[in-house]
Design a protein around this ligand. Sequence first.
Ligand code: NIG
Ligand code: FE
Length: 398
Amino acid sequence: MFKIHADHLLTPKGKAPKKGSEMKKIYEDFDVDIYIDNQKIIDIKKHSITDHVTFKCKLATPAFSDAHTHIPFIGKRSNEFYLRNSGKTYSEIHKEGGGIYNTVNKVRSASINTLVKQNLKFLNLFEKSGVTLLEGKSGYGLDIQTELKQLKTIKYLNELSEIKIVPTFLGLHAIPHDKTKEEYINEITNYLDTIKKYTEIIDVFCDSGVFLPDDIENFFIIAKESGFKIRFHADEIENVGATKLAVKLGAISADHLLKISDEEVNLLSNSSTIATLMPGTSFYLGESFAPARKLIDSGAAVALGSDFNPGSCPIFKPSFIMHLALRFLKMEPEEILTAYTINSSYILGIENWTIEPGNKCDIALWNTNDFIDLAYMFDSNFLVGLVVNGKVKFYEAV
Ligand code: NIG
Ligand code: FE
């Protein structure tokens, strides 16, 4: 048993997910000891001098949970960043065979060994920024062998890393060049049992130039019948009705939502589908931001993620994503903490990501008393330690 002595404790409490005004309710306490034993938080009490080994911090929060990343991938696309800066759009680059296809070529030719080693480095970057739970997905194979290679890579990453990566199948990320949409969707449908060995979650890029609602509705009905939970990359480039279909099919999350209207805001707020927002992508592509304020004010549950990928958002740092969420999504700091912890972990299948007795929540230890400082000075690293799976890592005395 050991304890964390926190000058300031901030955590959501209770049942996930938090919707609308519930997102702002954060439990706060001062000068407390958080007792940890056998990987679990067992008690939280006012600080007292005891014999237990004690790690001190100015602020303790749940570690961050990133609801949406595109790990594992390999290679960079800085040439596309440059092209977009000269006026080319993300969609134009995709139509010309770059974008997602550029990374597909690199992932197809990489060995699992290479993929694992490169993506362990990424996991290390996430962890040193306070993220200990994140999503990873396939989607850079566009053929079943390579999609499975990505899912196997995630399995190895989980074996080799202390932080947890929850896999999603995103085979329908783009249309492969050697097949029609229908042929590819049929092929994926025939492999659902094999995919099930690696993941319980299926995502699709439902947008203009990729898969439209009519293309994928049946596929998703079959996937749901086979026991998969579903997620959507929805209405990121154009409003194609993806969010409507996500709500209709009871998706666990609809992600991006840059182009949704008030109609979809209302649908989401009256549903159990969580709106996953990634302001890093809007910033990076120079696009509009999702209507976060409208979503929260009308009662929707919002989660945050990085969308870390080599094309539309090579940003992994939660401090910068939180900076963007404050400035451009106009989210309150408390809402951001909820969105980056209990709501995002809920999408990843973990319901008790709060600092409360009985929970197995990882804890981030910070060297500032004010949560807002993480976003304010996004380029500084205030992290002075982490509790991951009940063990203390990277601790620096404060
Ligand atoms: O979430 N929108 C589709 N997929 C990613 C980008 C993937 C890529 O460009 O490599 C996204 O923005
Ligand atoms: Fe994405």
